[in-house]
Design a binder for this molecule. Structure first.
Ligand SMILES: C[S@@+](CC[C@H](N)C(=O)[O-])C[C@H]1O[C@@H](n2cnc3c(N)ncnc32)[C@H](O)[C@@H]1O
Length: 184
């Protein structure tokens, strides 16, 4: 049985977005998630961030092909710097799909320290009612360590300020997981 983490995460995106939403994709990679956001957000704004130029170019090409009028800004930077990209309490949804760029250099992977720094900024950028949704992978080198760091960070959040849920496909060894943080 294969994990259905991608449709699961996309359904979560769908449940929290509307046509005018403001979203930030903090690991745009090959652009599949950004493209899905473009389907849903026809009047809003999307920031697509990745460390690698290759990922930014791939995302831009994918979006241009299907949604040439989409309001997407492409930013090549480390996601630990997202606090510089917009105002606090303005973003409806911030997404992360951790790990490496499929089909590319597997040595360029998200790392616990920068991911946690980014999540701290994401909490500030999120408007009340907004969500952070993180897909984690433990199967690659360093993935389990990062997943544990992300879950420990999420579990430490105050339940007066955030609700946190975590989904894992328990019939699969090393399954991807999907974490959702909702700012109250
Ligand atoms: C699993 S891929 C993302 C896949 C993407 N969401 C999609 O739908 O195609 C992970 C991405 O994280 C990027 N990445 C790694 N470290 C990063 C960092 N510190 N800041 C921003 N992006 C980073 C990689 O370049 C890679 O493109």
């Amino acid at each position: 049985m294969r994990s259905s983490h991608i449709p699961f995460a996309h359904n979560l995106f769908k449940s929290v977005l509307n046509e005018g939403s403001f979203t930030l994709d903090a690991t745009c990679g090959n652009g599949h998630d950004t493209l899905f956001l473009c389907q849903l957000i026809t009047k809003g704004r999307i920031l697509a961030v990745d460390l690698q130029k290759e990922a930014i170019d791939k995302t831009k090409d994918r979006v241009q092909e299907s949604y040439p009028k989409a309001n997407v800004e492409y930013i090549q930077t480390c996601h630990s710097k997202i606090a510089q990209l917009t105002e606090p309490e303005t973003v409806d949804l911030i997404i992360y799909n951790l790990g490496y760029l499929p089909g590319s250099d597997k040595r360029v992977i998200t790392a616990p320290s920068s991911t946690i720094k980014s999540l701290e900024s994401a909490l500030t950028l999120l408007r009340p009612g907004g969500y952070i949704i993180v897909t984690t992978y433990s199967g690659h080198e360093g993935g389990l360590e990062e997943e544990r760091a992300v879950l420990a960070f999420a579990a430490s959040l105050s339940s007066n300020q955030f609700t946190v849920s975590h989904t894992r496909w328990i019939s699969l060894e090393n399954s991807p997981t999907v974490l959702a943080i909702n700012k109250l």
